[in-house]
Design a binder for this molecule. Structure first.
Ligand SMILES: Nc1ncnc2c1ncn2[C@@H]1O[C@H](COP(=O)(O)OP(=O)(O)OP(=O)(O)O)[C@@H](O)[C@H]1O
Ligand SMILES: Nc1ncnc2c1ncn2[C@@H]1O[C@H](COP(=O)(O)OP(=O)(O)OP(=O)(O)O)[C@@H](O)[C@H]1O
Ligand SMILES: [Mg+2]
Ligand SMILES: [Mg+2]
Lengths: 155, 165, 155, 165
């Protein structure tokens, strides 16, 4: 049981470092195990240091920085132990355009092997779609969905 | 065990029977505020067996049944069917596709089906568990949840990793 | 003490209805006092019904609808009992473009009499500015601010 | 009692002395993630006397002092000065402007000033209270707070109204 966790931790820690470098160029992200007596229960510490900044408390990170570091962590879990699919609902809402572009690199690390359903309001995310689903509702009506296959020639 | 199609009928804002056919790659869902995008995620969570009303934004389970609008009457039941590709034979059934269905009537009665045959909720949950998507916790990332990830305590981060392991 | 609350409640309830109609055309918003034995402690219920929809639980509203209703309520409090200024940090993040446009009508109800400082990532909100402040930080550097007065001829 | 200027020095990411001159109308603050926009709101909350580390996203008050970067050393103190227009003579002082200053040193010492003269934190809090902005709760709406407004219980909504009344 401990080995299962240790193996997963090692893989996820490695992917977190990789992901962090992808979305925070020049920055450093690490996972560490807490100091603790009980190896079966020591917590996992997530560290996030954007480029040029000093390691500080996670709480001091900005809204967008915190979202992006969280996504680097989640996608590390996804890469290390993939499920067949994931559904993500507006996870990039706090990101500015530059960070949104970097987040889409994380999406790229998964898309070959894992099916993704991504709900979004962001134009850049829409451009990453293989298939786009438009949801609408007339006042007083039922929700409807229209889908459209995007090809690399569609912009 | 990728998603193939999702059919909603009387589920939340999806009064009319609505079907989504998924691609194996990147599916992006867009639309105005309040159009029903997050309801699609709720439908997936619900048909996969979630009982947590809070994660469905409801207070009673009955809230998921289409409640009517100013111009349309309420419906008597909510139904969601989700079809998976049994591509990795993760699930020891000799079938190319697996469909799970969940139905809830206003009187509180529930029905569950596996490939059209009545079954118990537990059967659906076991099946998904075998397929590696039993614990939905990080298969479905809800609106607003990302902001909380780093606020979690070290024990919670450990739990995320243990669950995925 | 009860009168102070009752007066404020009446004014805020009226402004909430007005604001709600501004941001949810065709919809209905109401404030109600809970049924309760103690008039000094009955809670305030916020009701929000977008156009065409039936009154349901607030929890069933979408992320954007909930933000918009919350803003209609907050701005009702602001209109009824104004402070000299307010500082708002990315309050419109969950709104789509159409709702963002309607939210800016709420901003309009206040701007003649109340000073506003609005932090945003949204283009439409920037267009409402009298003065724009651009905040930047080079990696490893200090935050800097450059301000620019916008006139009605600047687009 | 509108805002006239805000000066930050050594406060959070504002190592260099930075001044914002406000207009009486609509001031819009923009910039990339992590550039320091919310830190400006924190500076206003802090100089107005907030002691709640949580609302400043810190764990100890000392966290607001510029902690240095990979290429710059930390600073020994944080200082914020906020100047108001005393336009409605809400505050019974015979002055056109009122400036409050708050300073924190790394050793934990605090200093407060009212128009350049040393005072106590309480004097600043009383002054703002007389000016109608004593209770900051809904004068400053922080990032992510709007989503919680409607989740609040009826008692909390009442409290918001009572406080404004
Ligand atoms: N049982 C029900 N009957 C009818 N309508 C419902 C029911 N449950 C939820 N709704 C409606 O569904 C709408 C919310 O849909 P949803 O949360 O999917 O929106 P969304 O597209 O995700 O929007 P956003 O972009 O704001 O997040 C609400 O307007 C709500 O009134
Ligand atoms: N004491 C400090 N010393 C140095 N830097 C600090 C200090 N406190 C906070 N910071 C830095 O300030 C940055 C956060 O700034 P802020 O929250 O104002 O960003 P923001 O512009 O609001 O971004 P977003 O758009 O993502 O919300 C963080 O990168 C953090 O490391
Ligand atoms: Mg949604
Ligand atoms: Mg911010």
């Amino acid at each position: 049981m401990v080995d299962l966790f240790e193996d997963a931790f090692t893989d996820i820690a490695r992917y977190y470092e990789e992901n962090f470098a992808l979305v925070f160029p020049g920055g450093t992200g690490r996972l560490r195990l807490e100091e603790g007596a009980d190896p079966l229960a020591t917590g996992v510490l997530v560290e996030a240091q954007p480029a040029g900044k000093r390691v500080g408390r996670l709480s001091l990170l900005s809204g967008g920085e915190r979202s992006l570091a969280a996504l680097a962590f989640l996608f590390a879990v996804f890469r290390a132990r993939p499920s067949p699919f994931y559904v993500l609902d507006e996870v990039e809402a706090a990101l500015d355009d530059a960070n949104l572009h970097r987040f889409l690199r994380l999406v790229h690390t998964l898309r070959e092997s894992v099916q993704l359903v991504i709900i979004t309001h962001q134009q850049q995310t829409m451009e990453a779609a293989d298939v786009l689903y438009g949801v609408t509702m007339e006042p007083g009506g039922s929700s409807q969905v229209i889908s459209k296959r995007m090809t690399s020639t569609t912009v | 065990m990728k998603l193939k199609h999702l059919t909603l009928r009387g589920f939340k804002s999806f009064a009319d029977r609505t079907r989504l056919d998924f691609t194996s790659g990147v599916n992006v869902v867009v639309g105005p505020n309040g159009s029903g995008k997050s309801n699609i995620l709720d439908a997936i969570a619900w048909v996969m067996g979630t009982q947590a009303t809070k994660s469905l934004r409801t207070e009673k389970m009955e809230d998921v049944v289409f409640a009517g609008t100013e111009t349309r009457p309420p419906l008597p039941r909510a139904e969601v069917a989700l079809t998976f590709v049994n591509d990795e034979q993760l699930i020891p059934l000799d079938l190319a596709e697996i469909t799970i269905t969940r139905r809830l009537f206003r009187d509180g009665t529930s029905e569950y089906e596996l490939n059209g045959a009545p079954c118990r909720l537990l059967d659906i949950q076991d099946l998904l568990s075998d397929g590696g998507i039993g614990r939905q916790q990080h298969v479905l990332v809800g609106q607003g949840q990302v902001g909380d990830v780093l606020n979690a305590r070290p024990e919670d981060h450990r739990a995320v990793i243990e669950e995925a392991a």
